[in-house]
Design a protein around this ligand. Structure first.
Ligand SMILES: [Zn+2]
Length: 146
């Protein structure tokens, strides 16, 4: 099946429906652009629905990790500015307000992974890095409970 990407909303959650193969090429750039656009629009709750994804290769997996990094980047809990780590890996205070309170910008979850995707996530031990849900309903509920 050809790669397809479409988007919809459920309350405050932005859902990206992915289908087909997520492999190097157009699929990855489309996914990356979509995530960037949504983050730029201020959508903090993003769900990647993998129900119709037939296959993900290692570059596709890399793109999912990149998406997670984009959505969950660390920001200042007071003013929302992006905060950074120093050379030793310790968090610097906020460059704008000097606060040391931090939080992740948003949340990214995965739902309905198929057999191949689940195997890949477990084999690479990334199953614990992502918040993976077996159904869309379950994933939406977990967003709302925060
Ligand atoms: Zn700040």
């Amino acid at each position: 099946m050809e790669f397809k990407l479409s988007t919809r909303r459920s309350d405050s959650v932005f859902i990206v429906d992915l289908a087909g193969k997520i492999t190097a090429g157009d699929a990855l750039s489309a996914l990356r652009q979509t995530i960037r656009d949504e983050v730029a629009k201020g959508h903090t709750k993003i769900l990647l629905n993998l129900k119709d994804v037939s296959y993900i290769d290692s570059s596709g997996l890399g793109e999912l990790i990149m998406a997670l990094g984009t959505v969950t980047q660390t920001i200042c809990a007071k003013c929302g500015a992006t905060v950074f780590k120093d050379d030793e890996g310790n968090w610097d205070p906020c460059p704008q307000c000097e606060s040391r309170d931090r939080k992740p910008w948003g949340e990214l979850k995965l739902s309905n992974p198929g057999r191949q995707v689940m195997d890949l996530l477990q084999f690479t031990k990334l199953y614990t890095v992502f918040d993976v849900h077996q159904s869309e309903e379950e994933a939406l509920t977990s967003f709302r409970s925060r």
